[in-house]
Write a protein that binds this ligand. Structure first.
Ligand SMILES: [Fe+2]
Length: 272
């Protein structure tokens, strides 16, 4: 059944390529398998889903809500993040402790692509919003792929990319993973670009100069406004995003406090 025809669920597209506001889902969530399937399909189709509720979403409520979307991961896997939770607790990201610029979360990236199995999805909610700024942006990797020439697409379909922490000097991780440069979403069947500025180190089988030239061009390509959606935070707002078919970045233009809760979902190995 198409998502738009389910009586309790209504989707409102935010841009032409990525992001949808979701209406009709209570904060307590639903166990209705038909609605959960429709939400999962909407997540993979639109990349990021936005929800809005009254007041701050508690850690317990955030977990319960998240259970609609998959299996929650067990805290951060990146050791340099301070105050990382050691259990299934959510991470409370405080701009005073985890500055965006220092940790380069204000560059386009997918989370954890230096792992064999990066998170499938992630979600954020706002606990305290700065008076202005501190938005989060997402970019559609379906749109980024579709917009490449067929010549470049054919080349990229042939290659794999080494992902590592080499471009992030602060990140003390030896993890590496090789992923295809383009992958296919198992739910939508659509191809998406799978290189990102934080973790994609090298296209295998090319000289360093060839690899770096093509990667830098692709990093610039991701930064195309037509692929983007930008979200303003207020307490009570929740964003859930599919980690492979989108990239995201924070906007480090705020001075006041900014506190967010964050959870991630277990994923398998991406493939074409
Ligand atoms: Fe991130």
């Amino acid at each position: 059944m198409a998502t738009a025809t389910l009586p309790k669920l209504r989707l409102e597209l935010v841009t032409g390529n990525v992001g949808a506001n979701v209406h009709g889902i209570e904060l307590a969530g639903t166990k209705d398998p038909e609605i959960r399937d429709a939400l999962q399909r909407a997540l993979h189709e639109h990349g990021v889903l936005f929800f809005e509720y009254d007041g701050i979403v508690s850690a317990d409520a955030f977990h319960t809500f998240g259970e609609m979307f998959g299996e929650l991961e067990n805290g951060y896997r990146l050791s340099a993040i301070e105050d990382k939770p050691t259990s299934a607790e959510d991470a409370l990201m405080d701009s005073a402790k985890v500055p965006m610029k220092q940790y380069q979360t204000n560059r386009w990236h997918g989370d954890g692509t230096l792992f064999e199995c990066p998170p499938q999805a992630a979600m954020l909610t706002c606990v305290e919003a700065p008076p202005a700024g501190g938005d989060t942006m997402w970019a559609s990797m379906y749109a980024a792929w579709d917009d490449l020439s067929s010549y470049l697409q054919r080349m990229l379909e042939e290659v794999e990319v080494l992902n590592s922490a080499k471009r992030l000097p602060w990140l003390k991780s030896d993890a590496t993973a090789v992923h295809p440069a383009v992958c296919r979403d198992p739910i939508t069947g659509r191809k998406f670009l799978f290189v990102n500025e934080n973790y994609s180190e090298r296209i295998l089988g090319m000289s360093e100069d060839e690899s770096e030239t093509i990667l830098q061009m692709l990093f610039r390509h991701v930064n195309t406004p037509e692929f983007h959606v930008r979200h303003r935070w207020q307490p009570g707002r929740i964003a859930v995003w599919e980690e492979r078919v989108t990239q995201h970045r924070g906007v480090a233009d705020f001075t006041g406090p900014r506190k967010m809760r964050r959870l991630t979902f277990v994923g398998g190995k991406p493939s074409l």
